[in-house]
Design a binder for this molecule. Structure first.
Ligand code: PEP
Ligand code: MG
Length: 918
């Protein structure tokens, strides 16, 4: 037996289950799960992601696939008692993509496969059923022929349109123009007004468009349609918009998509048919209840595309009570089964309910917390699972500010709050313009009638999205929620005119370049810029909202889950803070110390003059004077910080950047001197400065005289700082407070550098500390690759390490941290060299390896060596998991990210211990 004969590429729905998402994709696995639960799923089969991967790797279907499809199709035909495309009584199928991770609207779907010039007649006859005689083939009154002739031709034109566009790349507008033309000829704007004759004419027009663009007739052979549609779905994995979406959502590029071949059921058979989407809880707020949209007499893509406005699902109770109650039962069952919010797609074909899809539903950040809390209350999950189901990115979103509406500003329009947040920005009407203005650093609101997958670039660039059509489940809503972007959809008072670049609403005209504000929670749209206020979650962290006494489901859920994260986490969380005010805020956010106090910020502002004096000092005495003047100022800074932190550890880093950063730029200085000389002014001081700047100029300052090198070259500089830190600690302690200073030396690459600084520092510390009982630790940053690789030696001289992952990334990759992200990272991302900037999320394989080595070798040399991280990565959710894994003691990040780091540290702890600890 050869290898390919053993590969199984096709699974009947009855053969799969929800755990097979890698192989069958999310949609296929869940269709299988629902089939096995005995729910009404139209029969079908799934072609695996393995088949897709093999196709994409070789450009052809893998051996054995065609035969397996044939066998499953035959079984399906037997089960349904119909043959694909049979002229008398055709079986029709949909061909749907479905990857491991949901990528809404990013890949292809073809409906009604199996229709051709002959089977369209059979379909009309079959669909007429008991409703009346076989289609007469031309009644001008759709009702007179039971609507079925019309239905069959409508289905056929949809097939040609979708097949043409997705399988053969015929421009979609061509079909849309022909449809508009047919409606115009009929004097209507609604496609439901087109009768069977009109649609038959439209099919002819579509076939002509198809032939003109492809050089061939529309394929009449049903199996050929099926094979080409399957191939198109495989290929859509690599469509530009799918690639972009994956990058944005960090979905791996090599997963491939499965293909689901599903018996067609029809929501467009008349008023007793329809299609809809529903959620088992509100995906916006998490509130319990029934949420969804329903569209009578329509096929699935009409709902998501927002072509016609939907009605709330509750109205189905009036339209079709039996299906409505059956749907509610199924929803309750699915929620119990998946123990989570589910979203579903369904179709009603002449009063019979069919389930077309379910999955654990996407939700807003607020809903994620609220639902996790509810499910714990309902006894469906435990707190570990609740913690697992939320994440730091969601928490960060909840910390975004909201509009400050002290007095009620009247909105100009109100749509659906599709994705929360508050956004103000310049109005743009096209994706391209959104990208352009965003590149200039402007905040933009993308305004469209409805969005489609081609708008993805613009949606990424925009601060917010506003559409005039479509519900909570429209493309704009789903994609914006996934991205955590503010979105208001279906604001139908707004008339959007994209070609004229303006929209009108209530007598106002808003053009490109005007500013509006949108509230993705309330759905309100305001003219002009509305000021913003902090979120409730931030108010809770700030201590001004007490979760025990407020009636706010979100704050209570956040409190409960954060408390559990704190119980579970092993990593401590500190903050990067340089002032007493920052330190105080970070403490309120839960910081357990300062992991990085950058002292260079204390050399700016009105102290610049002293620093200039230090740099220009011509003699030892001048320099000593300048340092002596700086000492009390520095000491006071540290006193404030130690007081705020009140006994928590405070890591103070000695000055790091090249000194010329404290002087005016060379060009500016040169011009000033020249102008002043011209005017005959006294320029002695400026000239001295200019000379110093010239002297200190470096081609690569980030690799030059900075960090520990400054301490070794400029006598007394580090000594002054060590003295200020220690004196401050002693002063706070003598005042009855507590101070735990940790002095950190930057940019060390060799143990000798550290030893030199340490010897000098220890002398000063011993002298200042006296009998105060203050203990001062001396440690180093690990931010130069050589330090990581010689960590065993460096640990001999260091009481702690703190990884400076910004510089370690810069020097590990050889990427200038100030330049490259804007300059060329787009190309690296495009090529997949990395999926996210290594400055944002730790590069586990390279920079991460340096950290691992340093941690292991450092601890081998000095057991119990304290390890932390203070680069930007300390607050990045993914990186926090890595730091947990490599055994650091703490992460340190900006105050605002402290809660995110606490949450992720808790999640990292439960993920490593696994489910058996629950
Ligand atoms: C680092 O390099 O990661 C670091 C924390 O130091 P800085 O960003 O100040 O260079
Ligand atoms: Mg650094």
């Amino acid at each position: 037996m050869t290898a390919h004969e053993t590969d199984k590429y096709v699974y009947d729905f009855a053969e799969g289950n929800r755990d097979l998402k890698d192989l069958l994709g999310g949609k296929g696995a869940n269709l299988a799960e629902m089939t096995n639960l005995g729910l009404p799923v139209p029969p079908g089969f799934t072609i695996t992601t393995e088949a897709c991967k093999a196709y994409l790797a070789t450009g052809r279907e893998p051996d054995g696939l065609a035969g397996q499809i044939e066998a499953h199709l035959e079984a399906l035909e037997r089960e349904m008692g119909r043959r694909l495309g049979d002229p008398d009584d055709p079986l029709l199928v949909s061909v749907r993509s479905g990857a491991r991770f949901s990528m809404p609207g990013m890949m292809e779907t073809v409906l009604n496969v199996g229709l051709n010039d002959h089977s369209v007649v059979g379909l009309a006859r079959q669909a007429s059923g008991s409703a009346g005689p076989a289609a007469s083939g031309g009644s001008a009154d759709p009702a007179a022929s039971g609507g079925n002739d019309r239905f069959a031709w409508d289905s056929y034109r949809r097939l040609i349109q979708m097949f043409g566009k997705t399988v053969c790349e015929v421009p979609g507008e061509e079909f849309e123009h022909a449809l508009d033309e047919a409606k115009r000829a009929k004097g209507s704007t609604d496609d439901l007004d087109l009768d069977a004759d009109d649609l038959r004419g439209l099919v002819e027009a579509y076939k002509k468009i198809f032939a003109e663009h492809t050089g061939r007739e529309f394929p009449q052979e049903p199996r050929e349609q099926l094979d080409l549609a399957i191939r198109a779905v495989f290929e859509s994995w690599n469509a530009e918009r799918a690639i972009l979406y994956r990058r944005q959502e960090r979905i791996p590029a090599d997963l491939g998509t499965a293909v689901n071949v599903v018996t067609m059921v029809f929501g467009n058979l008349g008023p007793d048919s329809g299609t809809g989407v529903a959620f088992t809880r509100d995906p916006g707020s998490g509130a319990q209840g029934i949420y969804g949209d329903y569209l009578a007499n329509a096929q699935g893509e009409d709902v998501v595309a927002g072509i016609r406005n939907t009605v709330p699902l509750q109205e189905l109770e009036q339209l079709d009570p039996k299906s409505y109650h059956q749907l509610l039962d199924i929803m309750a069952r699915l929620e119990g089964h998946y123990q989570d919010l589910c979203d579903i797609e369904f179709t009603i074909e002449r009063g019979k309910l069919w389930m077309l899809q379910t999955r654990v539903g996407k939700r807003t950040a607020a809903a994620a917390f609220v639902i996790a809390g509810q499910l714990v209350d309902e006894g469906l999950i435990d707190l570990d699972e609740a913690l697992h189901r939320v994440n730091g990115a969601q928490l960060a979103q909840l910390m975004f500010p909201r509009f400050q509406l002290d007095h009620e500003i009247p909105p100009v329009a109100r749509g659906i709050g599709a994705s929360p947040g508050a956004a103000s920005g310049t109005v743009v009407f096209t994706s391209a313009r959104a990208v352009e203005l965003a590149a200039e650093g402007r905040s933009v609101i993308l305004v469209r009638r409805e969005t489609n997958p081609d708008d993805l670039n613009g949606m990424i660039a925009a601060q917010g999205i506003l559409t005039s059509r479509g519900g909570k489940t429209s493309h704009a809503a789903v994609v914006a929620r996934g991205m955590g972007k503010t979105c208001v959809s279906g604001a139908d008072e707004i008339e959007v005119n994209v070609p004229a670049k303006r929209f009108t609403v209530g007598g106002h005209t808003v053009g490109e370049g005007d500013v509006i504000s949108i509230d993705g929670t309330t759905g309100k749209v305001y003219l002009g810029e509305v000021p913003v206020m902090p979120s409730e979650v931030v108010q809770y962290f700030e201590g001004s909202l007490d979760p025990a006494h407020i009636d706010n489901a979100l704050v209570r859920a956040v409190h409960r889950i954060m408390t559990h994260a704190d119980d579970r986490r092993r990593l401590a969380v500190r903050t990067n803070a340089d002032t007493g005010a920052d330190a105080a805020r970070a403490r309120r956010f839960g910081a357990e110390g300062i992991g990085l106090c950058r002292t260079e910020h204390m050399f700016l502002g009105d102290r610049r003059e002293l620093v200039e004096r230090l740099i220009l000092a011509a003699t030892d005495a001048d320099r000593t004077d300048a340092l002596a003047a700086l000492l009390p100022l520095q000491r006071q800074d540290f006193v404030e910080i130690f007081r705020e932190m009140d006994g928590l550890p405070v890591t103070v880093r000695l000055i790091d950047p090249p000194l010329h950063e404290f002087l005016p730029p060379l060009e500016q200085l040169a011009v000033n001197v020249a102008v002043a000389q011209e005017r005959g002014e006294d320029v002695a001081k400026e000239e001295a400065l200019l000379a110093a700047v010239r002297r200190m100029h470096e081609e690569n300052p980030m690799l030059g005289l900075r960090g520990v090198r400054l301490g070794l070259v400029i006598p007394g500089l580090f000594a002054m700082q060590v003295r200020a830190i220690t004196e401050a600690a002693v002063a706070v302690t003598r005042d009855g407070g507590a101070a735990r200073p940790e002095i950190m030396v930057p940019l060390v690459g060799a143990v000798q550098e550290l030893e030199t600084v340490r010897t000098e520092a220890e002398k000063i510390i011993a002298e200042v500390v006296g009998d105060s009982g203050v203990e001062v630790l001396i440690g180093t940053m690990i931010e130069v690759p050589r330090a990581a690789l010689t960590a065993g030696q460096i640990a001999e001289a260091a009481q702690f390490f703190s990884f400076g992952t910004n510089d370690l990334t810069q020097m590990g990759w050889g990427f200038s941290r100030d330049d490259v992200e804007g300059a060329f990272f787009w190309r690296y991302l495009e090529l997949g060299i990395f999926g996210i900037s290594p400055f944002e999320s730790i590069d586990r394989d390279g920079v991460g390896r340096l950290i691992r080595i340093a941690a292991e070798e450092g601890r081998a040399a000095r057991p119990g060596l304290k390890l932390g991280v203070c680069g930007e990565h300390g607050g990045d959710p993914d990186s926090v998991h890595f730091f947990h894994e490599v055994g650091l003691d703490y992460v340190s990040c900006s105050p605002f990210r402290v809660p995110v780091a606490r949450l992720e540290a808790g999640r990292a702890a439960i993920e490593t211990t696994g489910s058996d600890s629950r």
